[in-house]
Design a protein around this ligand. Sequence first.
Ligand code: E4P
Length: 219
Amino acid sequence: MRIFLDTANVDEIRQAARMGVVSGVTTNPSLAAKEGIGTAANYREAILQITDIIDGPISVEVVSLDAEAMTEEGWGISKWHPNVVVKLPSTTAGLEAMHSLSKEAVKINQTLCFSLNQAILGSQAGSSYVSPFIGRLDDKGHDGMDLIRDIVEVFKIHEIKTEVLAASIRSPLHCIMAAKAGAQIATIPYKVLCGMMEHPLTDAGLDSFTKDWEYASKS
Ligand code: E4P
């Protein structure tokens, strides 16, 4: 399973890039707003900085709601950089925009996916990635991981090439479960990425190695 970072924070992306485990980035209007980005020009500037750090797919979401405006906005975003992937919502207007843009070879990430039917339709409209939101489903009393399993299974049966990008990940356990369910990618907040590497036995082991070495070198 490949790891994308789910943030618009350039410093976090820089730090994570140094670990050599991140192969893409996803952003959305809320993540951009959190970094004080409120205009298309600022969003573009941040994305271009990110493309300098990570050489992989960088998802940028449209903010328009009707099909024509989404298509026009998505087309403009796709010109920012060759690695930019346009994020479009799981709505009928989103499907129209997916269809128009994918015909022009624009890569699409179908976002806000909460059902298998939405994922199937997006794949037929030309999505390269589908983002089922695990955490938000869990928040509503559903098992978000069931959706990942269903999409992975159905895409395999029908040889659908759209990649499953587990999104709205809230914990290291979500990462393990998404990997076991067969998601090709998980997009992860920086804090969760660091949590994936933490283990008390690693800390305790390092501590005792250091103390034993200090003791031996003094005696
Ligand atoms: C995915 O692309 C989204 O940006 C993200 O995973 C949403 O996560 P949230 O539900 O924690 O906001």
